[in-house]
Design a protein around this ligand. Structure first.
Ligand SMILES: *Cc1c(COP(=O)(O)O)cnc(C)c1O
Length: 363
């Protein structure tokens, strides 16, 4: 079986964890400080706060933008549920806009329609889905016009860039996940970026029970602290990230070339000036053939995944909250997408087998 994802754990990670275990400084400490600094430097930002996972990182990002009960926050309905749940954690109201059918990212035109209709939108959470950044020029233009806080969910976009500027460096805040299957991992882990020292100070309180001094708690906080154990893995993973991204792009290029003449398959695009990091290599399988296609892959030992088979407002909990939107691009994507393995551990033989199996599929 060729798996859809495969965490890479090398001798360096093992040695780093052993070093932390031997030090007995297992909770937050100098490894966390070092990981924050290295990851911030890599992304070209100044303020990074490590925490427990991508969801707490997003919650912390929203709180650092002062999102509170009753606030309106616009986001994409085509993402992992943590994106909109974290808005609910703040007592704020997620409002959805449609996606671009080519990139699967939030469509600036639909976003502007929503901004016009809703008035007083406090923030917009964008998701750089599958490793491709959103249309940043258009979104920054809207930010200027409608004056919302911009939060980037970069859980799938470590190292992705637009015009050489990295994901996470565009917004008022950003979040990353280091879950085991992401492009770099710490088992579970997350990182929040903020834009200034005041927000940094507040975010550090948010992840540490609201602590303001030794035994003084001045704001409502949580325990979202990353451990040295996780950070030591992250420090090693980051050293490999660039070569892993290159490998993902090589694999993706081979697929795109091999599938270009298959008419029921749409392959991912890489618009000019963008660096895709291919967290997922996602095909669109047209003509209602997806189920049969997936069965064919599975029968031939190829793992695949659907991200996502429902849009967020179709989830039972959101239906219960009363959501009744209908965005045709997002819903069509949910019916057609399937991701195939693109991770750096795939061998040339694996890639050949996947290409050959896809080509053999009879519609
Ligand atoms: C993985 C992911 C998250 C959540 O990250 P966790 O570390 O699993 O909490 C949030 N948003 C997106 C887009 C993701 O892919």
């Amino acid at each position: 079986m060729i798996n859809i994802a495969a965490p890479i754990v090398g001798a360096e990670e093992k040695k780093a964890v052993e070093e932390v275990l031997d030090s007995k400084m297992l909770a937050s400490g100098k490894y966390v400080d070092e990981f924050e600094k290295n990851f911030a430097d890599y992304c070209g930002v100044k303020y990074a706060i490590a925490n427990t996972n991508g969801t707490t990182a997003l919650h912390t990002a929203l709180l650092s933008c002062a999102i509170k009960a009753g606030d309106k926050v616009v986001t994409t309905p085509f993402s992992f549920i943590a994106t909109s749940n974290s808005i609910l954690f703040c007592g704020a109201k997620p409002i959805f806009a449609d996606i671009d059918p080519q990139t699967f990212n939030i469509d600036p035109k639909s976003l502007e329609d929503v901004l016009k209709k809703e008035k007083n939108v406090k923030a917009v959470v964008i998701v750089h889905l599958y490793g491709l950044m959103c249309d940043m020029d258009a979104i920054l233009k809207l930010k200027k016009k409608y004056k919302f806080k911009l939060i980037e969910d970069c859980a799938q976009a470590h190292g992705a860039s637009y015009k050489g500027k990295k994901a996470g460096s565009f917004g008022d805040a950003a979040s990353f996940s280091f879950y085991a299957t992401k492009n770099m991992m710490t088992g579970e882990g997350g990182m929040t970026f903020v834009a200034n020292s005041k927000a940094d100070k507040y975010a550090r309180q948010v992840i540490n029970h609201g602590r303001g001094g030794h035994s003084v708690f001045t704001v409502l906080g949580y325990n979202y602290r990353m451990t040295n154990l996780a950070a030591s893995i992250g420090i090693e993973q980051l050293k490999h990230l660039e070569s892993w991204i290159e490998k993902r792009n090589e694999n993706a290029l081979k697929y795109t070339e091999a599938f270009k003449d298959i008419d029921f398959i749409q392959t991912p695009i890489i618009p000019k000036d963008y660096r895709h990091v291919f967290h997922q290599y996602t095909l669109r399988i047209k003509n209602s053939k997806r189920e049969k296609f997936i069965k064919h892959l599975k029968e031939n030992g190829i793992g695949c995944g659907i991200y996502y088979d429902k849009v967020l407002y179709q989830q039972p909990y959101y239906k219960k909250l009363g959501y009744k939107c209908a965005f045709s691009n997002a819903q069509k994507a949910a019916e057609e997408v399937v991701s195939i393995p693109v991770h750096p551990l795939l061998s040339d033989i694996d890639i050949e087998k996947i290409i050959e199996t896809v080509k053999r599929f009879k519609v």
